[in-house]
Ligand binder design. Structure first.
Ligand SMILES: Cc1ncc(COP(=O)(O)O)c(C=O)c1O
Length: 394
């Protein structure tokens, strides 16, 4: 039994995922499968506990409001924040859009991104009228922080980087990124979509100003995500409606304090309950253990693919839970289709990171991404699927 298998059986998690029985699911970076405890929490919330939040005077509504707010506290605490520092959004995409649309520019019209960003961390800035500068990568696919330091100037309002790349798995030195941003009076936003499910995160220790993540990548439901902010009061409200106001008249409207004033309308109540169950689930396993488990799988996977020959690997050796590759001479879509026939689900394409594909010089990659439930059997199936790809394509 190798290291990865040993860790996995210690966690005994695979059998908690009813939707992956008999399937090698290697697409957790796109969206994570759900453990039974999350499914049960969502079912119970709809079947027994359901009511609106923040409005009803009846007891059920008060209980549901308490559950909703307990989820906020748990989702913030997971990344080292305080309850009132976290806004529920539809996902990381909406969280980044919220900052892009509301952050006062204060005479600084530029934002510093990197070559490896997801489109969700590029397009919102363009739409909000920022000029975008992109930091190059090191040869092994990490954000080049020396280059970032040299590029940053007092025109930059914000630095916004992926904490972990969704294509390469590269892990950012977030503390240094914060120091660089702050040294020029810029703020730091971290796109934590791929980091939060894979490693312990502490916003206080890193010094980030904003942190975005999505519940569905953390074994929770779709349709809900989080924006953590050190100082949410610097942002004006962005969407108007119920639940975000203090007093409305036709002449003048006043707003609630953060975070409530950013949550207009009836929120994703049961989504919050499901997110809380997901937070409890990863905390019970411990993100340290999940991180160690996925790192062991990455090492095993990279070694196995390398030994096959004819496979190009992208990204650093010590990537977090994600391995991107191409079988030489074969389009990633063909690779993924043959793997699908072999019961292995990988993502193929540009992964919503076209500037990164330009940097890699390929139209697409295949990507195997691990979750807490992954084990060596997934890698074995991947390897024999790739052998089949090589047989078919000669
Ligand atoms: C690094 C990164 N950022 C942002 C996103 C967008 O997340 P969502 O679609 O959940 O809003 C993703 C999703 O793939 C991602 O991997």
């Amino acid at each position: 039994m190798n290291v990865a298998t040993r860790i996995n059986s210690a966690l005994s998690v695979r059998d908690q995922f009813p939707a992956i029985v008999g399937w090698h699911y290697l697409d957790s970076a796109a969206t994570a499968q759900k453990p039974q405890s999350v499914i049960d929490a969502i079912t119970k919330a709809y079947a027994h506990d359901y009511a609106t939040v923040h409005r009803g005077v009846y007891e059920r509504s008060a209980t549901m409001t308490a559950s909703y707010e307990a989820s906020r506290a748990a989702a913030s605490n997971l990344i080292g924040g305080q309850p009132n520092e976290l806004i529920f959004t539809r996902g990381a995409t909406e969280a980044i859009n919220l900052v892009a649309r509301t952050l006062p520019k204060e005479g600084r019209n530029r934002v510093l991104l990197s070559q490896l960003e997801h489109h969700s961390n590029i397009v919102p800035w363009q739409l909000a009228g920022f000029e975008v500068d992109a930091v190059p990568l090191t040869a092994d696919g990490q954000i080049n922080l020396d280059a970032a330091e040299a590029m940053l100037n007092d025109q930059h309002r914000l630095v916004s980087f992926a904490h972990v790349s969704n294509v390469l798995g590269s892990v950012l030195d977030a503390k240094r990124a914060a120091e660089i941003a702050h040294s020029k009076g810029a703020l730091l936003l971290l796109d934590g979509c791929q980091a939060v499910p894979r490693m312990p995160v502490d916003v206080a220790a890193t010094g980030a100003d904003f942190y975005a993540y999505s519940a569905h990548k953390l074994y929770g439901p779709t349709g809900i995500g989080c924006l953590w902010g050190r100082n949410l009061d610097q942002l004006p409200p962005w969407q108007g409606g119920g639940s975000m106001i203090d007093r409305v008249t036709f002449e003048k409207t006043t707003y609630l304090e953060a975070p409530m004033r950013f949550e207009a309308g009836t929120p994703h109540i049961v989504g919050a309950v499901g997110l809380h169950a997901a937070v409890n689930w990863v905390e019970k396993l411990s993100l340290d253990a999940i991180h160690a488990h996925e790192c062991a799988l990455v090492a095993e996977c990279r070694a196995a693919l390398q030994s096959l020959g004819g496979v190009t690997l992208y990204g650093p050796e010590d990537s977090a839970g994600i391995v991107s590759f191409n079988v030489d001479g074969v389009h990633a879509h063909d690779t993924a289709t043959i793997l699908d026939d072999a019961g292995v689900a990988v993502r193929a394409g540009h992964h919503c990171a076209q500037p990164l594909m330009d940097w890699l010089g390929v139209p697409a990659t295949a990507r195997a991404s691990f979750g807490a439930h992954s084990d060596s059997s997934d890698i074995d199936a991947l390897v024999s699927g790739i052998e089949q790809v090589k047989r078919i394509f000669g």
